[in-house]
Design a protein around this ligand. Structure first.
Ligand code: SF4
Length: 291
C-alpha cells in the first residue's frame, strides 16, 4: 500500500497532517478500500433522492445551534421543509464523505487506525426522552494512533493520540468562510461546533479538541480544509448546549437567542432583514417575537 511517508520533522498540527493524508489517499487510492466504501454508498445514494427524513427530534446535528430551535423542537413544532430538489446535494455529500474515509484509510500509516461512521451513545447529561431526543449519534471519523512513537514521528510529542474528524461538504463561498471562522465567536448557524462538542464529551475527548474538515464540492481538486477546534471552545459550547436543553425541557422559551448572541450577523441564518434564512423555525420564530 502507498501510505503517507513519515516526515523528516513532525507536522505542525493534526490539521496539516490530515490535509496531506487526505490528498495522498485521493491521489493513491487503495482499490480494496475504494471498493469497501463504494459498497456503503448504494443505500444513502438511493435515499438521497427517495426519502426526506427531516429531523424531528433534537440530535447532535439538529436543533442545537440556537436555544430557541431546541425549545421549538421539544415543544413539538414541525421544522420547515427542505427544498424538494435537494437530493443531488445530499448524494454528492455522501459520495465525498465515503471517498474521504477511503482516502484517509488508504494513506494511513499502519499505526494509525481510522474508524468511520461510528455509532456513539450520547453523554450522561443528554435527556433520556427518546420521543424528543435521539439517543445515539454518528461520528464521521475517529483517528487513533496505536503506537506513541509513530504518533510522535508524524505529529510531535504533544499532539493527542486520538482525534474526532467531522467532514462537511460545502460550496466555495462556505469553504472560504470556513477557513476564517473563529470557532466559539462567529455565528455557527448550522450547529457544527455543538455537534462535535457533544461527540467529544460522549467519548471523553474534550481535551483533544476536534476537527471540522471542509470539502469543497464546487472545486473538487481543492485540498481538504481541516480546522482544529480548541478544547476551551468545545467546553464552552458543550455548556451552552446543556443550558439550551435544560431550558427546553423545563418549557422556558429562551427568546431569539441566536439573534441576541450575534445581532446583525445572525440575519443570514435567521432570515431577517431581507435574507432568506436557513433556520428551520424561522417562520414561527418571527411570528412569536419576545423582544
Ligand atoms: S430564527 Fe434565529 S433566533 Fe429564531 S429560532 Fe431560528 S436561529 Fe433561533
Amino acid at each position: 500500500m502507498n501510505t503517507l511517508t513519515q516526515p523528516s520533522k513532525p507536522y505542525a498540527s493534526w490539521s496539516k497532517f490530515l490535509t496531506d493524508l487526505w490528498m495522498h489517499g485521493m491521489c493513491n487510492m487503495d482499490e480494496g478500500k475504494a471498493q469497501d466504501h463504494a459498497r456503503n454508498l448504494t443505500k444513502p445514494l438511493v435515499e438521497s433522492f427517495t426519502r426526506r427524513n427531516e429531523a424531528s427530534n433534537v440530535r447532535p446535528s439538529s436543533f442545537l445551534a440556537c436555544a430557541r430551535q431546541t425549545y421549538f423542537s421539544v415543544q413539538g413544532h414541525p421544522s420547515g421543509d427542505m427544498p424538494a430538489n435537494i437530493g443531488s446535494t445530499f448524494a454528492v455529500g455522501h459520495l465525498l464523505h465515503e471517498f474521504s474515509f477511503a482516502a484517509c484509510r488508504s494513506a494511513a500509516p499502519k499505526e494509525l487506525d481510522i474508524a468511520s461512521e461510528i455509532n456513539v451513545d450520547l453523554p450522561e447529561w443528554w435527556p433520556k426522552d427518546e420521543t424528543k431526543f435521539n439517543q445515539s449519534g454518528h461520528i464521521d471519523m475517529l483517528c487513533t494512533w496505536t503506537d506513541e512513537a509513530a504518533k510522535t514521528a508524524y505529529l510531535g510529542p504533544d499532539a493527542p493520540m486520538q482525534m474526532i474528524v467531522d467532514f462537511k461538504t460545502m460550496g466555495s463561498f462556505s469553504y472560504k468562510k470556513h477557513g476564517k471562522t473563529v470557532w466559539g465567536e462567529d455565528p455557527d448557524g448550522f450547529g457544527y461546533l455543538g455537534q462535535v462538542a457533544v461527540y467529544c464529551d460522549a467519548l471523553g475527548l474534550l481535551d483533544s479538541g476536534a476537527i471540522i474538515a471542509g470539502i469543497n464540492r464546487d472545486q473538487l481538486t481543492a485540498k481538504l480544509l481541516p480546522r482544529w477546534i480548541e478544547p476551551a471552545a468545545l467546553r464552552a459550547e458543550r455548556d451552552r448546549v446543556k443550558m439550551a436543553i435544560d431550558m427546553a425541557v423545563r418549557g422556558d422559551d429562551p427568546g431569539e437567542e441566536f439573534l441576541v448572541r450575534h445581532d446583525d450577523d445572525a440575519h443570514f441564518f435567521c432570515g431577517r432583514n431581507g435574507k432568506p434564512g436557513y433556520c428551520p423555525f424561522r417562520d414561527i420564530c418571527r411570528e412569536q417575537p419576545t423582544r
